[in-house]
Unconditional design. Structure first.
Length: 278
């Protein structure tokens, strides 16, 4: 459902798309109802898009390109930026960096990393958070999260590493079936040539040392070969570029990775846990 407060918080890409779509509609002499008919949406949906009460969905942008684009590719190119507009404010800067990353290394403790999540797992996770979100906002965030997966198949491919605590594999999110599908997808991702997945076993602490006790982190290398650290404690974002700090976090990540199971052992564990969910 369109919300009035969205008009005040809409991002720049959302506002630009709304303005261009309205002007091109008027140029054709169409009403909102006529454009909606051409798109397969209601006139109310077009109105909500033009007033920024409801940002254009990915589906609407594809159809706007076909109906109003005139071969210019405006709405097609806008898809990425409108998706970014829908992300939480603290995540937007990082999301743009992520899509251009040469390498992306993540240490995750509580749940499966967002880049590896299934639609159902993401929906259950986002919908079950606090404070509660509207169903529409949940779907917006799920759509934006799924769009990040383009990184897996980008050309040239990004090199992606995930070091995941085993406890996240045991934590059922949504339902047993959702969790089984999530584990199977994680196993599938782990077998990609540009992806490495390693699991830190539950008994790591018994060996007297666990380098990951200070929490999650993401290490990113940009096309310019800058190295950055990203952390997101309690919905706050922290992007670190200071070389000395990046070095410390990079060394810590390397130690965490060394304490994880090897990729083959990790894959076997994930597949075994998926079988236990049947």
């Amino acid at each position: 459902m369109a919300r009035a407060e969205n008009k005040e918080t809409a991002g720049s890409a959302t506002r630009l798309v709304a303005n261009i779509a309205r002007k091109m509609r008027v140029r054709k002499g169409w009403t909102q109802e006529q454009l909606g008919s051409e798109l397969g949406f209601s006139g109310a949906a077009v109105s909500a898009m033009e007033t920024c009460a409801q940002p254009a969905s990915d589906e609407m942008l594809i159809k706007l390109e076909r109906v109003l684009g005139d071969g210019l590719g405006i709405f097609e190119q806008a898809r990425e930026y409108v998706r970014l507009d829908k992300l939480p404010a603290q995540f937007k800067d990082y999301a743009m960096l992520e899509q251009r990353a040469l390498t992306l290394c993540s240490y995750i403790t509580l749940v499966v990393d967002g880049l590896f999540q299934t639609v159902e797992y993401a929906r259950a996770l986002i919908g079950g958070g606090y404070p509660p979100l509207s169903d529409h906002r949940v779907e917006e965030l799920v759509e934006a999260r799924m769009a990040r997966k383009a990184l897996f198949d980008r050309d040239p491919p990004a090199l992606i590493e995930l070091v995941l605590e085993e406890s996240a594999l045991h934590r059922t999110v949504g339902s047993q079936e959702i969790m089984r599908s999530q584990l199977l997808q994680l196993a599938e991702c782990a077998q990609r040539r540009n992806v490495t997945v390693q699991v830190v076993p539950l008994d790591r602490g018994r060996r007297g040392e666990h380098a990951g006790m200070r929490g999650e982190m993401k290490l990113l290398e940009t096309p310019e070969h800058d190295h950055l650290i990203y952390m997101e404690p309690q919905d706050e974002s922290l992007l670190i570029s200071d070389p000395a700090k990046v070095s410390t976090y990079t060394q810590r990540y390397a130690k965490i990775r060394s304490q994880a199971l090897c990729p083959d052992e990790s894959l076997g564990l994930i597949e075994r846990l998926a079988g236990d969910q049947q």
